[in-house]
Design a protein around this ligand. Sequence first.
Ligand code: HEC
Length: 111
Amino acid sequence: MKTLAALALTGGLLSTTASAGSGNRNNPNTEFLKANPIYQKSCSKCHGKNAEGRLFGGAPSLISEKIAAVPADELRGAIVNGKGRMPKFGKKLSATDIDAIVEQIKKANTQ
Ligand code: HEC
């Protein structure tokens, strides 16, 4: 999977250059989410390539104490059904893909 490797590499470079700011950004546990091509295609335009959030539309960082405290089922619900200005992805992504992203968000929020 050349593209995946390239994405993982780009994610690594980006996280190095964007190291100022939010404390958890260099957490190696964020690499799985950042290397997920579905995350980069469907989510990064709002939540940021490094899941740092706030690019436009007020999308929050996906790596925060707040998100860490949200149960996986609720995160999944927000992705499937949308929430506020967050669009719904229940018909765009498979349940397997959504489960994988939820797991990667959870992992990104562990130290
Ligand atoms: C059009 C911009 C946009 C896109 C694309 C987008 N989001 Fe969001 N997302 C938002 C906004 C805005 C919120 C804040 C919603 C609120 O709390 O009102 C949010 C909130 C969330 C939350 C937090 C839910 C909670 O319970 O607090 C998660 C998790 C999330 N998004 C994951 C994703 C994932 C995964 C994708 C890709 C499949 C994605 N988002 C794509 C804008 C977006």
